[in-house]
Design a protein around this ligand. Structure first.
Ligand SMILES: Nc1ncnc2c1ncn2[C@@H]1O[C@H](COP(=O)(O)OP(=O)(O)O)[C@@H](O)[C@H]1O
Ligand SMILES: [Mg+2]
Length: 268
């Protein structure tokens, strides 16, 4: 059985009427019948242009956005059938990494506090224990940060270092699935590849399962095992990274591929 299974997932939003006689029956089908499987330790690349429904799909997987219909099955358990009270606890199993680490980190909290808090979400009893500091140090090392900086604040770090902190925070509650939503889109190209390499390292080390979202197919190819191409709420193409790159079937995928200016840039 796959580790994560999405079965005919739909997430629809009503279009807000702006006039007295506007119809309320119109829907934005942000996610429109998505079925996908992800194995443990797999990196699935989810690619498609802005507005195609990538973020809504990830929010639906995490149960942050209720599905209109369909199932999200993690480790054999249907999350869409869970009572609300249980969903909150289960949400620790999903952690996200966002495009802008500065916006997603609390500027008033030191790195130590940020990571300690995230660790305690999973291990509340560690709070009064020295082993909490030990865990913070270990986590910082895992993402390539020197723990001598743990009493610093987010603004004292570079963009790339801040994204490492955001990755450490995502790993802190020991999630089953990490969803990285455009995690390198705001970074300089040289920093991008450092972060992508870090994610690959972490996958090896921690057997991470990850959905990696990007509008940039060349970035996705660098680390994804399988690639799903999304267009207008639907998966229009799915295959191994090589299949999708070397033998695209769908016209939209072909268009995305032809829009990559410097394929060679990521090939090395
Ligand atoms: N909370 C919401 N209410 C209404 N429409 C939404 C909401 N969230 C997203 N949408 C719409 O759903 C579509 C997909 O958006 P999104 O998932 O953010 O796409 P992507 O992440 O691929 O850029 C867009 O048309 C967007 O305007
Ligand atoms: Mg998005």
């Amino acid at each position: 059985m796959p580790f994560l299974q999405l079965k005919d997932l739909h997430t629809h939003f009503p279009i807000k009427g702006n006039g007295l006689f506007s119809s309320t029956s119109e829907l934005i089908k942000a996610v429109n019948g998505v079925s996908l499987s992800i194995e443990k330790g797999e990196i699935l690349g989810l690619v498609g242009e802005s507005g195609c429904g990538k973020s809504t799909l990830s929010r639906t997987v995490m149960q942050l956005q209720p599905a209109t219909s369909g199932k999200v099955i993690l480790d054999g358990e249907d999350l869409t059938a869970l009572p609300k009270s249980e969903v909150r606890q289960r949400r620790l199993d999903f952690q996200m990494i966002f495009q802008d680490p500065y916006a997603s980190l609390n500027p008033r909290m030191t790195i130590y506090s940020t990571l300690a808090e995230a660790i305690c979400q999973r291990h509340p009893n560690l709070k009064k224990d020295d082993s909490l500091t030990e865990k913070v140090v270990e986590l910082m090392a895992t993402v390539g940060l020197d723990s001598r900086h743990m009493q610093k604040y987010p603004h004292e770090f570079s963009g790339g270092q801040r994204q490492r902190i955001a990755i450490a925070r995502a790993l802190a509650p020991e999630p089953k699935l990490v969803i990285a939503d455009e995690p390198v889109s705001a970074l300089d190209v040289s920093i991008q590849s450092q972060i992508l390499n870090l994610l690959l390292e972490l996958r090896e080390k921690l057997d991470l399962t990850m959905i990696f979202i990007s509008h940039d197919l060349s970035v996705v190819r660098f680390l994804a095992d399988n690639i799903a191409v999304m267009y207008a709420g639907e998966i229009v193409e799915y295959g191994t990274a090589d299949e999708v790159f070397l033998n695209p079937q769908d016209d939209y995928t072909k268009k995305l591929l032809s829009a990559i200016p410097h394929l060679e840039a990521h090939a090395s």
